[in-house]
Design a protein around this ligand. Sequence first.
Ligand code: UDP
Ligand code: MG
Length: 335
Amino acid sequence: MSQISIVVPCFNESEVIESFHTALTGVLEPTGRDYEICYVDDGSSDHTRAHLQELASGDPRTRYTSFSRNFGKESAMLAGLRMSRGDAVVLMDADLQHPPALIPRILELHGHGYDQVVAQRDRSGDGLLRTRLSQAYYRLVRRFMEVEVVDGAGDFRLLSRRAVDALLSLPENNRFSKGLFSWIGFDTVTFPYENVQRAAGHSKWGGRRLLNYGIDGLLSFNSRPLRVAIHVGLWLFVSALLYALWIVGNVLVDGVETPGYATLVTVIVGMSGVQIATLGIIGEYVGRIYHETKRRPLYVIRETSESGGAGGRARTRSGSALAARTGRRTGEGRW
Ligand code: UDP
Ligand code: MG
């Protein structure tokens, strides 16, 4: 029977990682499927790496990769997907917010022939402000993006091997997975589940990080924000022109005396606002071009269960391919 891989990015999850692993294996064993678990330690500063080493040394089906510093969840997921060898890959969080109990259902749906099976959480238990902001954000994204991104349909999903290969073949450095998942297409099925609160530890997504993530999402999928800036700029210019004509007309026809500075200040402030916004948007894109042209690797590996000798099976075909890949990547990292 086909093998499944579970990919788990972990950043400072030492409080939950053990119970997560127990829960996960407790669900996987009864399915009778051949499985592997690929943990990616995203440069944790707590004992996550030590826990992963221990888990990997106890079971050859558990493997891990550890980053040299925190590179972010997107990079961790990418590394996990590169590590995975299964015919289907399930991506999930380590904090038990993605209940392992849903895996059998996910596998069942995959069995019906779907390439992507998405577990979509509702927002029960989330703060009101965060919920409202997220909903507004997704409305905005749906208007501006060419790909479909759904609220709550995050990174808890199964991808078939060909979907994973499609994702891995995308060369960009600015990875906004929610958009990429949708971009690759394939038959996708979504089912809802009730939101679960974090088992322990705390969320790594503060307001600022979420805002940046949101901006990344909007900008990485199209250049429409640039177009919007141009439209707004043009309209403001036209209205400023009309206003100027109106003032001149007033003076010529009715002889009205207008204090000059009030209108001047309004126009200057308005126009510089538009200019700065436009410059910001252009700057973002230029920054992205600069970023992409550097072709830096998305992460640097400190150690893996393969290289650390903790896990077995280091010499399987894809294992050595991974070693070769990681070798090259770390090599690149030095430049
Ligand atoms: N995570 C990661 N790198 C980071 C931040 C988070 O690998 O820089 C992992 C984290 O360990 C967890 C998952 O991504 O497994 C989701 O993170 P978190 O629970 O903090 O996010 P939230 O559920 O609050 O959106
Ligand atoms: Mg979480």
